[in-house]
Design a binder for this molecule. Sequence first.
Ligand code: AMP
Length: 282
Amino acid sequence: MRSITDPHELQQQCLSWRRDGLSIGLVPTMGYLHEGHMALMRHARQRCDRLVVSLFVNPTQFGPGEDLDKYPQDHEGDRAKTDSCGTDLLFMPAPGGMYAPDHATWIDVPELGRHLCGASRPGHFRGVCTVVTKLFMLAQPHLAVFGRKDWQQLAIIRRMVRDLDIPVEIIGHEIVREADGLAMSSRNAYLTPDERAAAPAIRRGLVKLADMVRAGERDVEGAKHFLRQEYARELPMGEVDYVELVHPDDITPVSAVTGPVLAAVAVRVGKARLIDNILIEV
Ligand code: AMP
């Protein structure tokens, strides 16, 4: 596995692979890799000739007071994990290496960022869309894999790629979980042992809510109230950021369940802000 830090060296390598007729897959990450990231890499690996993994804690997607400076890091461990998944090229730009000092161009999909994490983290998806577009221009991938844990991010990237005619196939990968159901996340490292023991309640509550809706519950406000109460009881140290039922493609809140809905939550547990979701097909 080759490592590159210079964006233009990455671009030259990928353009050269393209000239040789090789297909390129990209998995963008912020590092501190876990089995969720590795599942994305293995999935991409099977679908392309050359696999590029990027590891960049993108400053433009963090708001003031968020965990940019504290984001966990393990470069050596990450290198070993990417290598073990058959990655051809690990792109690890320097912290300031992706943006010119006078960078002035932004990509935004505001329509899909009004709710959920877009509402709680103003500017977050603008930073995500901009860095993902830059990664697409650099790595020239034929396909890119993103996790459904960040469902809103995936929906926004799909819309951006469609609207801008970017020739990349976007693949959504299922959420990879710990044995007790907690969605894997680099931010789980922030949890104390007590918080970690309680955190699977996030998923349990979502599963109960999905069962209720599948069993015929159609009162959206009632369902959300139920989930908040579940969290108050099962995860007393948690502070709910949002509990929402949205249309899976538009990410707009639904007032009645008439088709597939996405139940999505964000809960602060200690220093971690944890997100999870479940698609409910009715
Ligand atoms: P991050 O490093 O958190 O920016 O995540 C990089 C990619 O991995 C994103 O596409 C995430 O959605 C995906 N990802 C993170 N955690 C998981 C998980 N538990 N299951 C599936 N995909 C994940």
